[in-house]
Design a protein around this ligand. Sequence first.
Ligand code: ADP
Ligand code: MG
Length: 295
Amino acid sequence: ATPTALMVGTGRGAQLGILIKGPEVLETTRRVDTIVLDKTGTVTTGRMALIAVHTAEGVSQDQALRLAGALEHASEHPIARAVALAAAERLGELPAVEGFENLPGRGVQGVVEGHAVLAGRAALLADWEQPLPAALAEARAAAEAAGRTAVAVGWDGAARAVLVVADTVRTTSREATAELRGLGLRPVLLTGDNRAAAQAVAVEVGIAATDVIAEVLPEQKVATVRALQAEGHAVAMVGDGVNDAAALAQADLGLAMGTGTDAAIEAGDLTLVGGDLRSAADAIRLSRRTLATIK
Ligand code: ADP
Ligand code: MG
């Protein structure tokens, strides 16, 4: 291929808000037939808001928010930001965390005011033998059926609260999936979030129910990309999170949301600077045009 045309294409990309790591990336872009989209922070804004706090008997909402908020304050995850912000708004300054640990795609843990606290998916707490009491399990099921995300919170060995957070789909996502389809690509929604929330988003943006892969752990995101590749597909992956980095690297083409984490941006071949999913379609169009002029 002529390096000059590729360089020009790369420059044109920058004007479109697409940062391309190297000219050779445009060649891969053209071959892509499947595009895997991370849900939270990619198809959705990832700007979540806390909308409800359910607690076990004898636990106050403030206590649950204080411990979960302090812990989530140390995390970059969109869910964590929503919880920490709501806690700080309601309670003021939050206590410090010791021994903070991020469990990507699962949740967070640490010690707050002497309590060993866990916050994350209900399955995470179940793994730690902290099952949700019946009333909290019900609150969780209702939230998820409504397309929301439930965060389970436990401390001192028992699950004691469920926090409900809600996200909004980016206004440009529906148009973006239509454009990608128009370019001959199949969009697939991939998420660590619960199935009901994933299906609700899929319906909103026009992704087929059969192309929704939910409740996957970060390492399974890589496996999903690999499985599609094994079927003979050239796979693009769009993501924003630390949990997407390995899948972005595995994909034939990794596209990072510019609004996302540094880990995703480093792992990607391309960065969509403005965090607009329609730029993914722009990138495909650009590479096809660039390579057409070379021939
Ligand atoms: P996505 O694939 O949609 O970007 P993630 O893989 O980041 O989602 O997270 C998957 C699930 O793990 C979330 O829906 C949530 O239930 C849980 N989770 C991850 N990080 C956190 C956190 N910091 N606090 C609470 N829950 C979390
Ligand atoms: Mg994400």
